[in-house]
Design a protein around this ligand. Structure first.
Ligand code: SF4
Ligand code: SF4
Length: 836
């Protein structure tokens, strides 16, 4: 929030509201003697006291003392200590601690202001929602009133901003917002809240929020919950005990509780795979689900929760897009309130020092962030600290990674672990999963064959509707209702295979749900994650899946959750898809697909192979590219899509290249790797690209094949509009040594249609959610291909919905986000209709 400059007199920092040339670009964190010991500064001849106060400050890995950069630490990883590089003219010296008392005195005013503002925010938020509760009680409402929705309804009629305000203790009124403000009336914000909580993580941010909340709200009105993920850092567990003691003495009415998943995180590593950049199941399974499952009310019903949390926008780009109050962001029943949303790191530490609160020891040894012990979002620096200071706690996780490396015969094992390549896991090959779901639907029948399913489909089928069933040992048949209609189903069980058939009359919505239900049943290991989606308390998943049919309203929220209806299925299914030895990366030689070749080919595909300007070696490469673009078939004959593009090239050049690129993303192993493994806005050097590809295709392709394939891929961007016009992968220097991946938002409506139909065709679905395309586990689709932002895509979808040659309908209002494709149209037929 405040700008920061060094204070050379105290050795501390000064907070200021104005920017000057001394203002620091990054907020520094305090450095304590324990971190200097870890860096072996004492052995290098430096002298400093072993005291409670910080000695200096760190900005990233640069260490600053009284306004002077002394040294930089580089090269640390799980096996190696950091190397220190002294700044010019710096010699080992005597270091004095920061004069904390004086520094705090000098920053008293700004700290008072941000603290007071945060406390007022907490109090106002609490009072606003507590008032809602009182209003509910007073009007004896049996069900919840959504005051914001009520205000929005009146707004539509009056065409001005409205607010629902409390009139007296048992009534409320809807008045214009400016009138409410003028009269000092507080707008009632939302529905009733069952539980106010502070979610404590052991980190500095949640610690500050907890302290602020204790100063704002009576202790009997909220509770503190610590989610123990099972791989917490030892000092975080110690700090939680200290905190319980500290506040317990001051506020005996304050309730503390700890939540955990019923199963250990290492067991889940075996069953779901190691958490990775792509598969972040651990937060949902180990943290969020146990937390919210513990907050049930009225039997098994999900409580409506207001959670005060320590999220700050400085932490990441994603978090900076949050609001200070987030309503139903991740879960419909949770309101997240973020009192220190715009505080910086220095202010947070300053608060801990000012109020003499205990500091998590992990910060004292140099962890910039306190999270799980071995997290895919950590860094080699984190690993170095954890392995040096908490080796016993790390051991089970490190051993597990080491044994995976050994089993998979990964070369350069040390580098693989030190550079954290394990976090790139997008393959399920090391999980040993043997479950398979094959959808083989025909026109009027949904057919699904499951091999080695974890649960019987009948376990999850009651979510869809009421069921009538006749069972024998090897088969079952019956009816279920869906949207007031009865559907006949059959189940045949043979050994480890189960075939599930539904006469679904080609009902797209039903098919969409059945597909998810089939995956849920096949992969369910009772992980807890989807239970908290159930709004009525009908669903409980541990120790067995139980759907209370007297409570289930068939809302399908537990099914319409994640791409496959199951977080475990997402981790295992999508990871199995791409990486297989049938993928080919070498038939292109070192040549990419070039614009001049494509133009020449499309101008006259009939005679092209008899007469063209290509060199001998370029011909097989170009054929391979054309096959991946789906312009020619395996016998090198022109396909209907090739013919379409040949006819349209003059008028629709960009569309043709969009089609080529989309098809390459599906059919070309390296382009598919690229769309998944290089993030939009990411800058990357050629060397890094090569390392990443080696890691990904480790053991599947020879190093030389990978090298050639990369050369060919880079040529695609260099010699075709995919790179030159769309700038999807832009060379940043003349020698092509570094690149930047960009989003391409100007994709044509026809290109969008082709991409969506292709996505539907590959999944055998005509309906999916917009958010499926943006799901972090999704490996295909328009976002992966073009990086187009959701709001831009939504605009185009709305235009397509109202277009005269409509091929799809997008329902994007009132919380809906379903895209329904006109059935029976192939991607090419949709294109033809669009360009008629
Ligand atoms: S179906 Fe639900 S409880 Fe079962 S594994 Fe999947 S997400 Fe977890
Ligand atoms: S979320 Fe609950 S109510 Fe809705 S379908 Fe699932 S079990 Fe039934």
């Amino acid at each position: 929030m405040y700008k920061i400059t060094w204070d050379t007199e105290t050795g501390g920092v000064l907070l200021s509201s104005t920017v000057s040339k001394e203002t620091l670009g990054v907020s520094p964190r305090p450095v304590f003697y324990e971190e200097l010991d870890l860096l072996r500064l004492d052995a290098e001849g430096w002298t400093y006291p072993r005291c409670n106060e910080p000695i200096m400050w760190a900005v990233n890995k640069q260490y600053w003392y009284r306004g002077q950069m002394l040294f930089e630490a580089k090269g640390a990883n799980i096996y190696e200590s950091a190397t220190l590089f002294l700044a010019p003219n710096v010699e080992p010296m005597l270091l004095e601690p920061v004069d904390i008392e004086e520094m705090l005195k000098r920053n008293a005013d700004p700290m008072f202001l941000i603290e007071s503002e945060a406390i007022a925010f907490i109090r106002d938020t609490y009072v606003a929602y507590a008032d809602v509760n009182k209003a509910h009680d007073a009007i004896k409402a049996n069900q919840c009133v959504d005051f914001e929705a009520l205000a929005a309804m009146v707004e539509k009629k009056t065409k001005q901003k409205m607010a629902v305000v409390k009139e007296d203790c048992d009534s409320f009124d809807v008045v214009p917002l400016d009138v409410a403000k003028k009269e000092g009336k507080r707008a009632l914000l939302s529905t009733r809240i069952d539980r106010f909580i502070v979610s404590f993580s052991g980190g500095k941010d949640s610690q500050v929020v907890l302290d602020l909340v204790t100063r704002a709200i009576p202790p009997s009105e909220y509770e503190v919950i610590y989610s123990d993920t099972g791989y917490e850092l030892p000092p975080s567990l110690d700090l939680y005990e200290d905190i319980k003691r500290y506040y317990g003495e001051r506020f005996p009415a304050l309730k503390f509780s700890t939540t955990r998943n019923h199963e250990s995180v290492l067991n889940y590593w075996d069953k779901i795979g190691t958490p990775s950049d792509t598969h972040r199941w651990c937060c949902s399974v180990m943290k969020t689900a146990p937390l919210y499952r513990s907050l049930k009310v009225d039997g098994n019903k999900q409580a409506r929760v207001l959670a005060f949390e320590g999220v700050r926008m400085e932490e990441s780009v994603r978090r900076s897009s949050y609001n200070r109050i987030g309503k139903g962001v991740k879960h419909s029943f949770v309101i997240n309130a973020r009192p220190i949303f715009d505080w910086n790191t220095t202010e947070v530490f300053m608060y801990l020092l000012l109020h003499e609160l205990p500091v998590n020891d992990a910060y004292r040894v140099g962890k910039p962030r306190v999270g799980c012990i071995f997290c895919p979002f950590g860094s080699p620096w984190d690993d170095m600290i954890v392995n040096r200071i908490y080796p016993n706690a790390l051991k089970p996780f490190l051993s597990k990674i080491e044994s995976i490396v050994q089993e998979r015969k990964i070369p350069n094992a040390t580098e693989y672990i030190a550079e954290r390549y394990w976090k790139l896991r997008s393959s399920g090959t090391n999980v040993g999963n043997r479950t398979l779901v094959q959808i083989k639907s025909s026109v009027n029948e949904f057919i699904c064959v499951t091999t080695n399913g974890k649960k019987d489909i009948l376990v999850w089928l009651p979510t869809v509707g009421d069921i009538k069933i006749k069972q024998s040992e090897t088969s079952a048949e019956g009816y279920f209702t869906f949207a007031k209609q009865a559907y006949k189903f059959q189940i045949e069980r043979q050994g480890n295979k189960t075939t599930f058939k539904v006469q679904d009359g080609n009902n797209i919505k039903l098919r969409y749900m059945l597909r998810r239900i089939a995956h849920k049943a096949a992969y369910c290991i009772n992980c807890e994650a989807c239970e908290i989606e159930c709004p009525t308390g009908a669903l409980s998943v541990y120790p067995t899946i139980n759907i209370d049919t007297t409570k289930c309203i068939h809302c399908l929220k537990c099914v319409d959750f994640h791409q496959h209806g199951c977080i475990v299925a997402d981790s295992l299914v999508t990871t199995m898809g791409n990486l297989n030895s049938n993928s080919k990366i070498s038939p292109y030689g070192t040549f990419g697909i070039q614009e001049t070749w494509v133009e020449e080919f499309l101008r006259d595909p009939e005679i092209f192979w008899e007469e063209n300007s290509l060199g001998v070696k370029q011909v097989p490469s170009f054929k391979a590219w054309l096959r991946d673009a789906e312009f020619i078939d395996t016998k090198n004959k022109l396909t209907p899509l090739g013919e379409f593009c040949s006819q349209k090239y003059t008028d629709y050049r960009d569309l043709v290249w969009e089609i080529i690129y989309i098809n390459l993303c599906y059919n070309n192993a390296l382009m598919n790797w690229f769309e998944n493994e290089v993030d939009v806005n990411q800058s990357i050097t050629r060397e890094e690209l090569e390392c990443k590809i080696q890691e990904y295709y480790n053991g599947i392709f020879a190093k030389s094949s990978i090298s050639y394939a990369l050369q060919a891929l880079l040529q695609v961007f260099k010699y075709s509009p995919i790179g030159s016009d769309f700038q999807i992968f832009e060379a940043q220097d003349s020698k092509n040594k570094s690149f930047q991946r960009n989003s391409y938002e100007n994709i044509s409506l026809e290109g969008i249609v082709y991409s969506l139909f292709k996505y539907g065709e590959k999944r055998d679905v005509s309906m999916f959610r917009l958010s499926d395309l943006y799901n972090s586990d999704e490996q295909q689709g328009i976002y992966k291909e073009f990086g187009i932002p959701k709001n831009e895509l939504s605009k185009s979808l709305r235009a397509l919905t109202v277009s005269s040659n409509r091929v799809l309908t997008a329902e994007l209002n009132m919380g809906l986000e379903h895209i329904t494709l006109v059935e029976k149209l192939s991607p090419l037929q949709a294109l033809i209709k669009m360009t008629e």
